[in-house]
Design a protein around this ligand. Structure first.
Ligand code: CA
Length: 228
């Protein structure tokens, strides 16, 4: 399962260098050249990690970070800051960033920190093997491939893990707390709304009519239930 990274950065040279290097390391990379576009993509798509520059045209990085957290996006965020920028780390962490890196940085340092952050936010390894099918959807658990009506569907690692947990527990009610614990692995700062946001994304990608789910059901006041 390729991890998806959103790079919100306005320096074109750095975007190119980072994109090439991260792709070479096996990551899928999307980028946004200003704060508004970055916020938009971060809110509407699911990523496994966000690299966020502090000084951006449009909306500054701190604001993007705060808005993402307010929208219940719990994706790990690593902030990139220039060395001469006076940075209040305490404020940054309060806004919800998970780590910082000062420019210019060594690529090896970035990769190491990024992996550490991804590891920290990735709890349990895959438990399902083989293939599952429901409706037009086909999932290969080992390779991470998902298809709908034969066409490839791109899920983030988190969406994939969420789907996996739901399918593993099919026909059982799973609570939001349980999902946070099992799929996110860190429950302290993450609100259960985060779960709802990701469920909505999964339904968009997999359900024939996302507003009237056939597979991923809401059980009012209790959580979710996968029925195939
Ligand atoms: Ca910048």
């Amino acid at each position: 399962m390729r991890k998806k990274i959103l790079l919100i950065e306005d320096e074109e040279g750095l975007v190119m260098t980072l994109t090439h290097r991260l792709q070479a390391e096996g990551y899928e990379v999307a980028s946004a050249g200003d704060g508004d576009l970055g916020l938009e993509r971060g809110r509407s798509e699911s990523f496994d990690l966000i690299l966020l520059d502090l000084m951006l045209p449009g909306r500054p990085g701190f604001e993007v970070c705060r808005e993402l957290r307010q929208a219940q996006i719990a994706t790990p965020i690593m902030m990139l800051t220039a060395r001469d920028q006076l940075l209040d780390k305490v404020v940054g962490f309060k806004l919800g960033a998970d780590d910082y890196l000062t420019k210019p940085f060594e690529m090896a340092e970035l990769l190491a920190r990024l992996e550490a952050l991804l590891r920290r936010s990735q709890p349990n390894p895959a438990l399902l093997h083989g293939e599952s099918r429901f409706g037009e959807v086909e999932v290969q658990w080992d390779s991470g491939e998902v298809r709908r009506a034969g066409a490839a569907v791109s899920l983030s690692a988190r969406e994939f893990r969420l789907l996996q947990y739901l399918v593993q527990n099919r026909n059982k009610i799973v609570s939001r707390q349980q999902l946070l614990h099992e799929v996110w692995g860190y429950s302290a700062q993450t609100s259960t709304r985060t779960v709802d946001v990701h469920i909505a994304w999964l339904r968009q990608k997999l359900e024939p009519a996302p507003r009237f789910p056939r597979y991923i059901h809401t059980v009012h006041g209790q959580g979710y239930k996968f029925i195939a």
